[in-house]
Design a protein around this ligand. Structure first.
Ligand code: KIV
Length: 276
């Protein structure tokens, strides 16, 4: 069984942590079958699975539906539920209650973005209550309007030190790891080397303790936009398009369903029917 200590063990053993996102039952089953180190039910599902323009509109109740589906599919994986925008920023009680809903839905931990006194208190409350927390620094999508767009973070020595300072605070507050998003590889390396807990990079170079990417991005299924840090391992968009085109063609030309995909009436019953 995977726990938060599995992540620390991997880092301590110098073994990279491979994580992916999943939003549905069948994808979760596949990730579980390859023994992935962790599955994030990311709020990226707002764009990737629900077609929203950004991640602002996804609610905690919507997230819970996807967490439940993933938990049904991935019985042996460590599942992290991403706390959506404003589901943990109002009061500590609100944050704790919503985090606990994710755990009750089947997540083993939650992820939340940023680092300020409020977030640190919330992390402490969650951890004390038995809810492991993964932090998220660098580019934090829920702050896109404040950050002024998809901008690379940690580009100067000062900024790197600030991110490191935040990461250390997250570590002290009890986070079992921290996602580092969109920053130069050297910045993420420096931060990783100065932390005890593992870093999980996305667009942050190879020196992080592990990597996370959006599964639909690397499989080429989601094509609205492709960040530079995405490597496409497959082109599912074309595979699916080809498949459904063939299906449509065969329906039109009456070659589907064939004899093989059909059920036959018994001969005697058939003879009783009046053929017009
Ligand atoms: O929502 C998401 O998918 C994320 C990334 C870190 C992959 O937060």
């Amino acid at each position: 069984m995977k726990t938060v200590s599995s992540f620390q063990r991997l880092k301590d053993n110098n073994e990279k942590i491979a994580m992916l996102t999943a939003y549905d039952y069948s994808t979760a089953q596949i990730l579980d079958s390859i023994n992935i180190d962790g599955i994030l039910v990311g709020d990226s599902l707002a764009q990737v699975a629900l077609g929203y323009e950004n991640t602002y509109n996804i609610t905690i109740d919507e997230m819970l539906i996807f967490i439940k589906a993933v938990a049904r599919g991935a019985k042996n994986s460590f599942i992290i539920g991403d706390m959506p925008f404003m589901s943990y920023n109002l009061t500590l009680e609100q944050g704790l209650e919503n985090a606990s809903k994710m755990i009750k839905a089947g997540a083993n931990a939650v992820k939340l973005e940023g680092c300020n006194d409020f977030i640190l208190s919330l992390i402490r409350r969650c951890v004390e209550s038995g809810i492991p927390v993964l932090g998220h620094l660098g580019f934090t999508p829920q702050l896109i309007n404040t950050l002024g767009g998809h901008k690379i973070q940690g580009k100067t020595a000062d900024k790197i030190e600030t991110i490191l300072e935040s990461a250390k605070k997250l570590e002290e507050a009890g986070c079992f790891g921290v996602v580092l998003e969109l920053m130069p590889a050297e910045s993420a390396k420096y931060i990783t080397e100065n932390l005890k807990i593992p870093t999980i990079g996305i667009g942050a170079g190879v020196e992080c303790s592990g990597q996370i990417v959006v599964t639909d991005d690397i499989l080429g299924k989601f094509t609205d936009f492709t960040p530079k840090f995405v490597k496409k391992y497959e082109n599912l968009h074309d595979v699916i398009q080809r498949g459904v085109e063939n299906y449509k063609k065969e329906v039109k030309e009456k070659s589907f369903p064939s004899h093989r995909e059909s059920f036959e009436l018994d001969k005697e019953e058939k003879e009783k029917l009046i053929i017009v």
